[in-house]
Design a protein around this ligand. Structure first.
Ligand SMILES: *Cc1c(COP(=O)(O)O)cnc(C)c1O
Length: 402
């Protein structure tokens, strides 16, 4: 690798995160391109047959097939390793591919998983119905109840899985305490960090063994591609995750990897600004609504814990109207600037009604248990001027009599 890339991890790991986000992982070709190249190739050629054989034996470095390695994807993986402070990373096609790979590579029939109950809808489906089909026993607990995590452990508990802040109720889970409980039981702690991003929270510093991402959210941040990533130790990556993904192929395409790579250059800027905008919007909404959840406000029941493990309250808030689904839908329909959309982490502010969209496939009992009421709306705050967002929310609230 060329000196101009500066890619020696003994140097790059000392860079500050904003620098890592711009430059980490860059591997230049012989053309010396400034911006990262997109290597849209499925395979690689060898100068001689023995070179191919040696690479397949794992005796020589070099790429063999893009299900296993790709230069653009590797640049993204290295950049994410640096941002997260992890030894190893493997990019995945989507956030759900990342969650599925992290869990299915770790768990076998007869193993037991304990998971936080407030979770992204598809994560709940994975835990509640897909994993059990393969003989994995699962227990869902209130993530904020440390006693419940402790009591749920069994001799065959192999992993803990949770997200914090959790989607869409913004429950905060005490990462250090829950990871310690997992380790006491010899279980792996897997954290879905999509809602915070490494700018606001680095779970490995609080005891997590594995961090999994939907990079579709804040990492792409401009609503273009689906992507995911799993990070952890070199040993776990080689022995566990790769043993599964090398042969099951949930790979990220080099083009999508490149889009995310370019987005990471502005991750620090975007997340901090969106976090500040969300704080302003939350302060406004708090004066107008009976109930609002935003971890950055003192009114959030776990504000102190959030501030212990996050550097900001995040970019997402949950608001509640008393009039149930009719009033929640009417509020969405009255918006003029903010879009009705179920994505999060976009540069555009987006609002959705979780009970009828993202969490519609979760049973009504599970929704109730998670605190997803018919009057709940989730707002992902973008990069617009917060005064315009507040004006839009103000007129929409008036339109529905609030
Ligand atoms: C979006 C999301 C996922 C799934 O990611 P996709 O990229 O949509 O597959 C998983 N967990 C959380 C917390 C999410 O927000």
């Amino acid at each position: 690798m060329k000196r101009s890339t500066g890619q020696d991890r003994s140097i790059t790991r000392h860079w500050r995160p904003a620098t890592q986000a711009v430059r980490g992982g860059t591997a230049r070709s012989d053309f010396g391109e400034t911006s990262e190249a997109i290597f849209l190739t499925s395979g690689y050629c060898y100068d001689e047959a023995e070179e191919a054989a040696a690479r397949f034996r794992g005796e020589r470095p070099g790429m063999t097939y893009s299900r296993l390695q790709n230069p653009t994807v590797q640049m993204l993986e290295e950049r994410l390793c640096l941002l997260e402070g992890a030894e190893a990373c493997r990019a995945q096609a989507t956030g759900m591919a990342a969650m599925t790979a992290a869990l299915m590579s770790t768990l076998s029939a007869g193993d037991h998983l304990v998971a936080g109950r407030a979770a992204f809808g598809s994560c709940r489906v994975l835990v509640d119905s897909i994993l059990p089909r393969f003989g994995v026993e699962t227990t869902v607990v209130d993530g904020g109840d440390l006693d419940a995590w402790a009591k749920a452990r069994k001799p065959n508990t192999k992993a803990f899985f949770f997200e914090t802040p959790a989607n869409p109720t913004l429950d905060i889970i005490d990462m250090q305490a829950v990871c310690d409980l997992a380790h006491d039981a010899g279980a792996l702690a897997i954290v879905d960090n999509a809602f915070a991003s490494p700018v606001l929270q680095r779970p490995l510093e609080f005891g997590a063994d594995v961090v999994a991402y939907s990079a579709t959210k804040l990492m792409d941040g401009q609503g273009r591609v689906l992507a995911g990533a799993v990070l952890g130790s070199e040993q776990w990556m080689n022995d566990t995750l790769l043993a599964f993904t090398r042969h099951t192929g949930p790979n990220l395409s080099p083009f999508n990897a490149w889009v995310v790579l370019k987005s990471l250059e502005t991750l620090d800027l975007r997340v901090r600004r969106q976090n500040d905008n969300a704080t302003e919007v939350a302060r406004f909404l708090e004066t107008r609504l009976p109930r609002l959840l935003y971890p950055g406000l003192e009114s959030h029941p776990q504000h102190a814990l959030a501030m212990k493990q996050m550097t900001g309250g995040g970019t997402i808030l949950a608001l509640f109207v008393d009039g149930g689904r009719p009033q929640a839908h009417a509020l969405l329909d009255a918006l003029q600037l903010i879009d009705i959309s179920n994505n999060v982490g976009d540069s555009r502010s987006l609002m959705t009604h979780p009970a009828s969209t993202t969490h519609a496939s979760v049973t009504a009992e599970a929704r109730e248990e998670m605190g997803i009421t018919e009057g709940m709306l989730r707002l992902s705050v973008g990069l617009e001027d917060p005064a315009d967002l507040i004006d839009d929310l103000d007129q929409a609230l008036r339109a529905v009599g609030l």
